[in-house]
Design a protein around this ligand. Structure first.
Ligand code: GDP
Length: 296
C-alpha cells in the first residue's frame, strides 16, 4: 500500500531535511516533485492541486521554530495536510440507535461487498461483543444468498433463513422483524450489486433504505479501480445518503489513489479497508496512521 508514493516523497524530503535554510524557491521546487508523486499515485488532479496550494502557502508563510529544521517543518506540514486530506479524525461506525442498528452494504458487483459484510459482522461480534444478524437481499445472482449463508457459518454469525421468491424490500422487512424479535444488536443487509450504477440499482437501494432506515449505509468499492472507485462513490452519494466507504483490495493497491482522493472528492469518510481475502483481513481506516505510513 502506498509504496511508490512513500518512496517518492521520501526522496523529496531527504533532500529538504539536509538543508539548513529553505527559501521560497526550494519549497516550490519540492512541491513540484510532490505534485508529480501524488499524480503518479493516481490522486485526482483537483485534490493534488489543492493539497500543493495549502502546503505551499503554509510552508512559505510559517516562521521556522528553533526546535526543528526548515526541512522537518515542511515534512510536518505535509503530514498535517495529508491527514486532513484523508479525513482528519478516524470515523468508526455510528451504531448508537435503538437496536437493531441496521448497516446497509451497497456497491457494484464484484467490489467485495458480500465478503466485507461478513468481515464487518465478524469484527462487530469479536471486537465489540455485538449480536449480529446478516441478510442477503441479492435476488439477482442465484448463488448470492447462499454465499452469505456460507460466510456466516465461517464467521459464526447468524444469517436470515432464505425464502425463495421474496423481493429485496420484503427480505429487508423480514430481517428487521427477525432481528427485533430475536434481540439482535446489529442487522447487516447485503444488497444486490450491478455491473454499473444504473437507475434500477439506485431505485432498489432507495427502496431498501426507506424500508430499513439504516444507521449506516456503507459503499464498498474496489481500490484497484483507482479513480473509478472515486467516481462510483460520487455517483452513489449523489443518489443516496451514504455514511461511509469501505475500500477493498488495498492489499493489491500499491498506488493508493482511491484512498487518497476519496474523502476530498466525495466528502465521505473511509471507515474500513479490506486487506485480503480472509475474513479477518479488515482494518479500521485511520488518517493519521495512514499518513504516518506514507511518510515512513
Ligand atoms: P461482491 O460481488 O461485491 O459481493 O464481491 P465478493 O464479496 O463476492 O468478492 C469478490 C472477490 O473479491 C472474492 O474473491 C473476495 O475474496 C475478493 N475480495 C474481497 N475483498 C477483498 C480484499 O480486501 N482483498 C482481496 N485480495 N480480495 C478481496
Amino acid at each position: 500500500m502506498f509504496e511508490s508514493l512513500s518512496d517518492r516523497l521520501g526522496g523529496v524530503f531527504d533532500k529538504l531535511r539536509g538543508r539548513g535554510a529553505l527559501n521560497e524557491a526550494d519549497v516550490r521546487a519540492a512541491m513540484r516533485e510532490v505534485r508529480i508523486a501524488l499524480l503518479e499515485a493516481d490522486v485526482a488532479l483537483p485534490v493534488a492541486k489543492d493539497f500543493i496550494a495549502k502546503v505551499t502557502q503554509r510552508a512559505i508563510g510559517t516562521e521556522v521554530t528553533k526546535s526543528v529544521t526548515p526541512g522537518q517543518q515542511v515534512v510536518k506540514i505535509v503530514n498535517d495536510e495529508l491527514v486532513a486530506m484523508l479525513g482528519g479524525e478516524a470515523e468508526g461506525l455510528e451504531l448508537g440507535v435503538a437496536p437493531p442498528a441496521v448497516i446497509m452494504m451497497v456497491g457494484l458487483q464484484g467490489s467485495g461487498k458480500t465478503t466485507t459484510t461478513a468481515k464487518i459482522a465478524r469484527r462487530l461480534k469479536t471486537k465489540d461483543g455485538k449480536k449480529v444478524l446478516m441478510a442477503s437481499l441479492d435476488v439477482n445472482r442465484p448463488a448470492a444468498q447462499e454465499q452469505l449463508r456460507v460466510l456466516g457459518e465461517q464467521v459464526e454469525v447468524a444469517t436470515l433463513p432464505i425464502i425463495e421468491g421474496q423481493q429485496p424490500t420484503e427480505i429487508a422487512r423480514r430481517a428487521l422483524q427477525a432481528a427485533k424479535l430475536q434481540g439482535f444488536d446489529v442487522l447487516m443487509l447485503d444488497t444486490a450489486g450491478r455491473l454499473h450504477v444504473d437507475e434500477a440499482l439506485m431505485a432498489e437501494m432507495q427502496a431498501v433504505a426507506a424500508a430499513a432506515n439504516p444507521a449506516e449505509a456503507l459503499l464498498v468499492v474496489d481500490a484497484l479501480t483507482g479513480q473509478d472507485a472515486v467516481n462510483v462513490a460520487t455517483n452513489f452519494s449523489e443518489r443516496m445518503a451514504l455514511t461511509g466507504v469501505v475500500l477493498t483490495r488495498m492489499d493489491g493497491d500499491a498506488r493508493g489513489g482511491a484512498a487518497l482522493s476519496m474523502r476530498a472528492v466525495t466528502g465521505k469518510p473511509i471507515k474500513f479497508v479490506g486487506t485480503g481475502e480472509k475474513v479477518d483481513a479488515l482494518d479500521a481506516f485511520d488518517p493519521s496512521r495512514v499518513a504516518g505510513r506514507i511518510l515512513g
